[in-house]
Design a protein around this ligand. Structure first.
Ligand code: G
Ligand code: G
Ligand code: MN
Ligand code: NA
Length: 250
């Protein structure tokens, strides 16, 4: 309850800010975009991770205001990046129950001048479970405007393959729990290879999450994964650190 009150005032004061983790093309290992990850530093409670405050924002309905606020900020920040870079932004299943979400996202894109073609929204399998009609309509509306849709944390949810196919996706993000065990689990290697095969068969791009070492990277490259993300490349950094990160690369 204290945290809910703190969350309300943090949103009112626009204190929660996106940090950015690079998305790296595995062909040539170049940064091609960033995923926005919300960070909240509270005076009394310290750094509160999104695993903690996002569920509270979802339960209280604050996620709609918080999501809009973070998205507007992320579009402003992303306008400073090279013109080909993608912004990946997480959208909660609760946000996708709101039939006005698509219009609000398009309005923020218009207001900030950030191109829908450079935006990739990350949704999770639970978005398919409840209120599928609304989620589907919102996603169709955004895709029609040129926004790409990525399925986040793939392999951890309960959606069936046929449910997945009924939504048009552009990308699958392979959950970190599989990638982190590539070195020591034959099962994880089979699962990752199967996901990559499935994605290729449907013409989807793939991002491996949580890439931490060279052996994992080599396995992913050998099996046709298109993009990676993880501490091997960089953790999420504040917007102000991005120029230095890009300079280091060139
Ligand atoms: O950044 P990592 O630090 O801890 O993120 C943890 C979880 O919080 C991830 O599942 C991520 O998708 C989610 N998350 C981070 N930022 C946002 C955000 O801006 N919106 C939503 N809906 N989820 C987010
Ligand atoms: O949106 P999503 O569920 O994918 O959130 C990504 C989460 O994974 C964030 O909490 C982010 O900080 C975390 N993360 C990103 N890269 C790595 C990594 O290489 N290793 C680990 N352990 N966590 C990571
Ligand atoms: Mn994500
Ligand atoms: Na994820």
């Amino acid at each position: 309850i204290q945290i809910e009150r703190e969350l309300r005032s943090a949103i009112a004061a626009d204190i929660i800010e996106p940090h950015y983790q690079p998305l790296v093309s595995l062909k040539g290992e170049r940064i091609i975009g960033f995923e926005a990850l919300a960070r909240w530093k509270n005076r009394t409670l310290g750094c509160i991770p999104p695993d903690v405050f996002v569920p509270i924002a979802e339960e209280t309905g604050l996620i709609h205001a918080l999501g809009d606020q973070l998205f507007r900020r992320a579009c402003f920040d992303a306008n400073a990046w090279p013109g080909t870079f993608t912004l990946a932004f997480n959208v909660s299943p609760i946000q996708l129950r709101d039939p006005t979400l698509g219009l609000r996202i398009l309005a923020i894109l218009g207001e900030t001048g950030f191109s829908p073609r450079r935006l990739e929204l990350e949704i999770t399998e639970s978005a398919f479970m409840d209120n599928r009609g609304v989620a589907k309509a919102v996603i169709d509306e955004l895709r029609q405007a040129g926004v790409r849709i990525a399925l986040d944390d793939f392999g951890t949810g309960y959606a069936t393959l046929s449910q997945l196919l009924s939504f048009r996706l552009d990308k699958i993000k392979i959950d970190r729990s599989f990638v982190s065990h590539l070195d020591d689990s034959a099962d994880s290697r089979v699962i990752v290879r199967a996901i990559l095969g499935l994605a290729q068969g449907f013409g989807l791009t793939t991002t491996a999450e949580g890439v931490e070492d060279a052996a994992q990277l080599a396995y992913l490259v050998a099996n046709g994964c298109t993009e990676g993300q993880g501490y091997l490349f960089s953790k999420a950094v504040p917007a102000a650190d991005i120029p230095a990160l890009l300079h280091r690369e060139s």
